[in-house]
Design a protein around this ligand. Structure first.
Ligand code: ADP
Ligand code: ZN
Length: 216
């Protein structure tokens, strides 16, 4: 059972790597805080209504909202049985410290990508509304323009509300403001592994296995 944290700037490819890991570790639970917020926002839940003002501007949702949400998700049976991939959490040092109180990871994968590539990835990014598969209009199109490679359904292109240039720049700034202490925290725990994430789509199953194996 693997317990993995994915860490990296917006556009560094956390979601894409997560879907590769799910192919190798079939029952592992992918927990994307961004996805959970987007779902709550589209359903207009109380949590969604509180979060929207922050996500729309590219600001972080306050720690107490995020931490309770993640804790609740991590306490479910499927996570206990099959492990987890945390994608988008922790994003602040207090989140990392709190997480340590209710879950322990085997490995923290740092996706380190140059800033110019981040922008191109995010601004071109879209996903299949049916299965969530991620594409990029410049870098990674489906084989047939409007048919999803993964689920075979016809796709209307849906871009995220916060994938516009102004918000993206702010999200990258927010990452730069918060990431150093989190990386130090995990480096000190001996959990940090750097990933050359330019080509994670090309990694073989074997290579993914090696990547997610515990550091110690
Ligand atoms: P990104 O592409 O910027 O990594 P995500 O899909 O992970 O985006 O998150 C989208 C938005 O949801 C963030 O900009 C932020 O407002 C909010 N969010 C997601 N995870 C967290 C978190 N751990 N702490 C605070 N806010 C978060
Ligand atoms: Zn699809």
């Amino acid at each position: 059972m693997a317990k993995i944290i994915l860490f990296g700037a917006p556009g560094s490819g956390k979601g894409t790597l997560a879907s590769r890991i799910v192919e190798v570790e079939s029952n592992i639970v992918h927990i994307s805080t961004g996805d959970i917020f987007r779902e709550n926002i589209s359903k207009k839940t109380p949590l969604g209504l509180k979060a929207k003002g922050f996500t729309d501007k590219g600001e972080l949702v306050p720690d107490e909202l995020v931490i309770d949400m993640v804790r609740e998700r991590m306490e479910r049976e499927d996570v206990k049985e099959n492990g987890f991939i945390l994608d988008g959490f922790p994003r602040t040092l207090p989140q990392a410290q709190k997480l340590g109180e209710f879950a322990s990871a085997d490995v923290v994968l740092l996706l380190d990508v140059p800033k110019d590539i981040l922008l191109k990835r995010i601004l071109g990014r879209y996903s299949c509304p049916n299965c969530g598969q991620i594409y990029n209009k410049w870098l990674n199109k489906p084989k047939k323009e409007d048919i999803c490679d993964k689920c075979g359904k016809k796709m209307e292109i849906t871009q995220r509300a916060d994938d516009n240039e102004e918000t993206v720049k702010r999200r990258i700034e927010v990452y730069e403001e918060n990431s150093a202490p989190i990386l130090k925290f995990y480096e000190d725990l001996g959990l940090l592994k750097r990933v050359d994430s330019i080509n994670t789509l090309e990694l073989s199953g074997q290579e993914i296995k090696r990547l997610i194996s515990p550091v110690k």
